[in-house]
Design a protein around this ligand. Sequence first.
Ligand code: LMR
Length: 345
Amino acid sequence: MQMILSQRILHFLCVLVILSLMSGCNKKIMDYEQVTPGEKIVLKFSHVVAEETPKGLAARKFAALVEKRTGGRVEIQVFPNSSLYADGEEIQALRSGAVHLIAPSTSKLSDLFPRWQLFDMPYFFEDTNDIHSAMRGSIGHTLYGDLEKGGIHPLAFWDNDFKQITNRIKPLKYPEDLKGLKFRTMINSTILEEQFRLLGAKPVQLKFNEVYSALSAQTIDGQENTMSNIVTQRFHEVQPYLTVSNHGFLGYVVMTDNKFWTQLPPDIRAIIEESMNEVTEWEREQARVINERDMTILKESGKVTIHIQSPEEKAEWKKALSGLENKLNDIVGPQFSNEIKNRSR
Ligand code: LMR
């Protein structure tokens, strides 16, 4: 009798241990299907740029729209300026459930999803229409598929703009002007590193929130970025030369964790998607307007000598960078590479 009793106790204890282990595994992702109607859902949206940038403004607008359309049931807290997570930490934070939405630049996806480096290619896309149409078609389908396979649910593709080059030493007109200079590149992209190597410069990968201090301490000589990032980070205060080169694109993927996404109630998912689509249209227009305005701010600041790359100079840069196409082929593989070459424009 006593033996049967202790077996039962043992069995009960085993069940308890298994149950507590299972609840430990589920801890990361809240089960939002279980959220009772009226119960509040709080989501964290982390990003690395200033609030007054296209991405910063769009994140806030998206949060306000979702809150309004869900009648306050969903609150999206936006954390700008790497205040929660910096470059290189965001995806891990998303996967662990510490944040629910991020919008890293495509370059920063490259270590996990190398094909996204396509957008780092200089002088490769005609304009933003060319990029949007690639994203709408089979190229975007493949790139989003890579994210899905990695457990990430993409919600939108946001623009910043084409990048310009700043430095502290001299006006940069021809590729040889970059020789020996140290340039910051975004983390994870081998295409960006190779781009600067082919121009004779030394690439240095740095997180976005470390760039201003590195420029001002002169541990690097220059960097590439959009007008809106240059202005909001005050790079122009320590970088007296700017070349308007429009060489490479800076865009973002707004994303969430797939497991988390599928656990949200379907009506909330629908509102998030609909709001995201609307804000994406708005964000793209804002990106155009803000970057144009910030070019004027830079001109009027009196702090930078601006050189606009001539068609002849551009041809020289393109020649110097022509080796990058082979590098891209190696990264993305022949099939995807052909798809890119044959894209409709
Ligand atoms: C950068 O690191 O320069 C950019 O990706 C920052 C951003 O998110 O626009």
